[in-house]
Design a protein around this ligand. Structure first.
Ligand code: NAD
Length: 429
């Protein structure tokens, strides 16, 4: 049993699924499997640094609003902290802390020399103008200026943020230190040191892991029926690459609802349609509307939740019909639902593996940025695929050798690597 973190507030209510408690449960299970001692477990269960800053912003109408901005640095045992920045109304310090911890295990599992961090501001970015978002992003990063840096903590995009916000953040940091620092954030525009392949990277990684899981079952992607929740950066890229590989994408959704076609959606056309309709996919020709709840329980081979946490829960897990669930989002399957799926023999491809393509290419972007040598897209994709496939096979091997689920296998590999490094480095002082 882990003691309570002194750095974090209590969860909202006992009934609420607390993402941080859930992350700690996975950590505890991995620690038990690895026979880690209690002291190591205590260290790994606590974020190293938790920062909340206030962000005063002048709105377009002249009013001043003060927002909260979080950054949680979970572990830097293996290298600089690394993790995205989320703009979403449901952001809480406990959620950011859970996501920071996930990043630590993800980087360790993939063999990337980074620790884990995450940041977030509880806002709905759709309710702010571009100018307001720029002022929010710049003030947030300037408040954190002493806590980030190319060898300290390297932010990246997450839900509600994109290359645009990364450019503002890179500029703010660079102006403050007096010279251009491309390595301070990843997921930047190409013009300022972004990497080819980064935009599609998380979706590409999802496609690769699903492809490998199907191959394990003697199948290919051709004709496989796929439902995807979320059509943002990750969901739309995964949809496009799976479509190109021959899969049939029967449904996709956004926060406003989804579209379904039994013969498969034309994904390139849907991307054009969404771009022309301010990201809305509703009313796409030759499709029928479908709710987010119904999408999750469609008869399909592969289900890809690529939006929010806690989408497959005790309430709907028994209706899930897919044989493979690929966690493109972070934490979309709750602990109980995960156990129920595993008991039914459903393959759950865990988030720290399935959505790691983004951080892998972020790492490749950072390597290019600090060496000032830039690669073509083919090389970026090849290096990423190599790391993803290697990690997948290590997880499969661990799962078979220890007779444990893929999630526990992935966690034991990630947690085990950090625990070993911590033991080798020793405790200061
Ligand atoms: P995004 O903001 O680009 O897209 C999110 C999508 O989810 C949008 O289509 C949005 O409409 C939809 N959505 C929002 N609320 C929803 C709801 N209640 N029900 C259904 N759909 C809803 O975000 P993203 O970058 O694609 O991230 C999606 C998930 O993937 C997040 O969990 C994120 O942490 C994870 N992730 C992202 C990256 C990355 O590189 N962007 C990397 C690893 C993991």
């Amino acid at each position: 049993m882990i003691s309570k973190s002194l750095l974090l507030p209590e969860p909202a209510s006992p009934a609420h699924i607390c993402p941080f408690d859930q992350a700690c449960s996975y950590l505890e299970a991995a620690a038990k499997e690895l026979n880690l001692n209690q002291g190591l477990l205590e260290i790994l269960s606590h974020p190293r640094k938790v920062v909340t800053v206030s962000i005063p912003v002048k709105l377009d109408d002249g009013e001043i609003q003060v927002l909260a901005g979080h950054r949680v640095q979970h572990s830097d045992v293996l290298g600089p902290y690394k993790g995205g920045i989320r703009y979403h109304p449901a952001v809480t310090l406990r959620e950011v802390s859970a996501l920071a911890m996930l990043m630590t295990w993800k980087c360790a599992l993939l063999g990337i020399p980074y620790g884990g961090a995450k940041g977030g501001i509880p806002i709905d970015p759709k309710r702010y103008s571009v100018g307001e978002l720029e002022r929010i992003s710049r003030r947030y990063i300037s408040e954190l200026i002493k806590d980030i840096g190319p060898s300290v903590d390297i932010p990246a995009p997450d839900m509600g943020t994109s290359a645009r916000e990364m450019a503002w953040m890179m500029d703010t940091y660079s102006v403050n230190v007096g010279h251009a620092v491309p390595g301070v954030v990843t997921g930047k525009p190409l013009s300022i040191g972004g990497s080819l392949g980064r935009e599609m990277a998380t979706g590409r990684g999802v496609m690769i892991i699903v492809r490998e899981a199907l191959a394990e079952q003697g199948k290919s992607l051709v004709g496989v029926r796929v439902a995807i929740q979320g059509f943002g950066n990750v969901g739309s890229a995964a949809a496009e690459l799976l479509y190109e590989a021959g899969a049939k994408i029967i449904a996709v959704s956004t926060g406003a609802g989804g579209v379904f076609s039994d013969i498969g959606l034309d994904i390139p056309q849907l991307k054009v349609y969404a771009a022309e309709n301010r990201k809305s996919i509703m009313g796409f020709p030759e499709s029928v509307p479908i709710s987010n709840a119904d999408l999750l329980t469609l008869p399909c081979d592969v289900l890809i939740p690529a939006a929010l946490e806690n989408q497959i829960t005790e309430e709907n897990v028994n209706q899930v019909q897919a044989q493979i669930v690929a966690e493109a989002a972070n934490g979309p399957v709750t602990l109980e639902a995960n156990l129920a799926l595993e008991a039914r023999g459903v393959t759950v491809l865990p988030d720290i593996l399935a959505n790691a393509g983004g951080v892998v290419v972020s790492y490749l972007e950072w390597v290019q940025g600090i060496s000032y040598v830039f690669w073509d897209e083919e090389r970026v994709n090849r290096e990423m695929e190599h790391l993803m496939v290697h990690a997948y096979h290590r997880v499969i091997h661990q799962s078979k050798v220890r007779q444990i689920s893929l999630r526990l296998a992935a966690y034991t590999l990630g947690v085990g690597r950090v625990a070993q490094a911590l033991t080798d480095r020793g405790l200061y002082p």
